[in-house]
Write a protein that binds this ligand. Structure first.
Ligand code: AMP
Length: 377
């Protein structure tokens, strides 16, 4: 997996960071870059580009437009991405011209759930049992391999529960498979978890790596609703979760920040962690670090890709981060009146239902988060 196209030298302030993708993650990366004295240049095919509002320049062009990519590469000192569905070919085209971090192989692994799960298994990391289904004829054997209930997921372009179906029996599985196109999917055994957690890991160009404390993630309708820190999980499990994240980052020879989502199952044989997904970018479940830590995940990512030393991952406060989905963002005036809440609004043009429009982080002195509840092993 090792891939290190060009050595990274520390980029001094004044340099320009290129960001593929123009969403809220790019926006918060550009703001963190600005704090360290960098300019940001966004590359994004979409019309709605909240990152462009806070960047020095924005190029609106398709990811396949080589002339635009070459001009972008010539204008920046390093390229990163805020979106894991940037085509791998785009990242490789740029990597031949300018350092690209995280390494393009991380995109290739994360874009295909089958490749991702196989990579994790090879790394010795537990996942839900899984099997590929290329055609309807593969279903019976796949069901025998993973058991029921199960979740059928498209291999590519699924996120926030899109392109997936929970199935309780073989008939439902056949129906869901047909609805998802009849093949090219993955089936996973359903994990009965006690808590969903994630680890934000940062790895520098020199191979030094650090993890923020794991957080407890609460999903609603398959979308992250809240992240709570401390997570309430036992200290030994938190250490095990960090070790898994470090192992994944190391194996990819990763540079930058990555979010690793995990299920924590408890049972007679003790707690067990299963990795669900890895995102080769800054992650929604790390937004709390903007307000509860001296160095946020966004700054940490910019430090890593610019060859700077990583900053501290310590937090000074407990936190609850809540996403503002759809028209919840209309409550900004009331939220802004609360002295203990940090408000972040992404400047998107339309509040479609469920769309991530902003987030709020409520801070508490350490040790006093009323939303944390210790997980009973
Ligand atoms: P994903 O798109 O894979 O992140 O899945 C979205 C959400 O669906 C996860 O955060 C879980 O809440 C749930 N989920 C996905 N896969 C499984 C599984 N194998 N077992 C239990 N819950 C799952």
């Amino acid at each position: 997996m090792s891939e290190r196209p060009q050595p990274v030298r520390s980029l001094p302030p004044g340099g320009t960071v290129g960001i593929l993708g123009g969403g809220q993650l790019g926006r918060m990366l550009a703001m963190a870059a600005a704090r360290l004295g960098f300019r940001s240049h966004i590359y994004c095919p979409d019309a709605d580009r909240p990152a462009a509002d806070v960047a020095a320049a924005c190029r609106a062009a398709p990811y396949e437009d080589e002339a635009s990519l070459a001009a972008f590469a010539a204008a920046v000192s390093v390229v990163t991405y805020e979106f894991e569905n940037v085509p791998e070919a785009t990242a490789r085209y740029l990597a031949a011209r300018v350092p690209v971090w995280p390494p393009p192989v991380a995109l290739a692994v994360a874009q295909d759930r089958l490749r991702e799960k196989s990579f994790l298994t090879d790394a010795g990391v537990d996942t839900a049992p899984f099997a590929a289904i290329d055609a309807a004829a593969d279903l019976p054997a796949a069901l025998r391999a993973v058991g029921l209930p199960a979740v059928i997921k498209t291999r590519r372009f699924g996120y926030d529960g899109k392109g997936q179906a929970y199935v309780a029996d073989a008939a439902q599985a056949a129906e869901a498979l047909a609805a998802l196109g009849g093949g090219g999917v993955l089936i996973e055994g359903f994990v009965t978890f006690a808590r969903e957690i994630s680890v934000i890991v940062a790895r520098g160009a020199d191979g030094a790596a650090r993890c923020y404390e794991p957080v407890w993630n609460v999903h609603e309708n398959h979308v992250l609703a809240r992240s709570i820190v401390p997570s309430g999980i036992p200290a030994a499990v938190a250490e095990a979760a960090k070790d898994i994240a470090l192992r994944i980052a190391e194996r990819l020879d990763y540079v930058g920040v990555m979010g690793i989502e995990m299920f924590l199952a408890t049972g007679d044989s003790g707690p067990r962690l299963f990795v669900n997904e890895m995102a080769p970018r800054v992650h929604n479940s790390g937004h709390w670090t903007l307000d509860a830590c001296v160095v946020s995940q966004f700054e940490q990512h910019i430090r890593a890709i610019c060859g700077w030393p990583l900053g501290t991952v310590e937090r000074h406060s407990d936190a609850v981060m809540a996403n503002l989905l759809g028209d919840a963002v209309d409550g900004w005036a009331e939220l802004a009146q609360r002295p203990d809440v940090a408000v972040h609004i992404y400047g998107k043009s339309g509040a479609a239902p469920g769309r991530k429009m902003g987030h709020v982080t409520r801070l508490y002195p350490r040790g006093s988060n009323p939303c944390t509840s210790p997980l009973q092993p």
